[in-house]
Design a protein around this ligand. Sequence first.
Ligand code: MN
Length: 203
Amino acid sequence: MPKTYTLPPLPYAYNALEPYISQQIMTLHHDKHHNAYVTGANAALDKLEKARAGTLQIDIKGTLRDLSFNVGGHKLHSIFWTNMAAAGKGGGGAPTGKLADKITADFGSVDKFKAQFSDAAKAVEGSGWALLLYDHEIDSLVLTQVEKQNFMHLPELPILLSIDVWEHAYYLQYLNDRAKYVEAWWNVVNWEDVGKRLEKAIK
Ligand code: MN
C-alpha cells in the first residue's frame, strides 16, 4: 500500500470565521472539498502503485495530472486554513515585527501589499488562488496566481499566505461578488502564522 494523505482538522470551530466566512461554507469547504482532494490524491497514488505492480493499466499523464491537482488542493487548503483565524482572536489587524518590516521593504507599505494581493486574487481567471511567496535567491516576497490548483507557482518558493478564490470558497455567502469576499477576508488573516512562515523561509 502506498503512503496516504490525511485530512487535517480545522484549527478552529467551523463558525469561528463568522461573520466573514459562514459556518456553512467552512463545513462544506473542509469536509467535502478538501476531503475530496485528499481522497483523490490517495486514489492517484494507489493507481500508480497498481501500475507498477502490473495489475492496472493507466494513462500516466492523466494520472499524474490528477495527482498534481489533488495534492495541490490538499497542500494549498492545509496552508489556507492556518492562514486564517477568528477576527479579533488572531485574525485581522495588521502584520507586526519582521513580517511588517519585510512587507514594507518589498511592497512600499502594508496597504500597497494588500491592494496588490487583492488585485491578484480578484483577477484569477476562473478557479484558483493568489499566493504570497518568499524567494531566498533575491531575498524578496513575490506574488503569484495559481489556476485551479495545479502548482504553477515558482518551484521551491515557500508559500506564506494564500487565498482560495474558487467559487466554493465564497459563493454561498457572497454569490458572484468575489471582490467583496476578498475584502472581507482580510479580517480573518492570521498574520502571526504568516510571520512564522516567513521566519522559517528566511532561515
Ligand atoms: Mn477550496
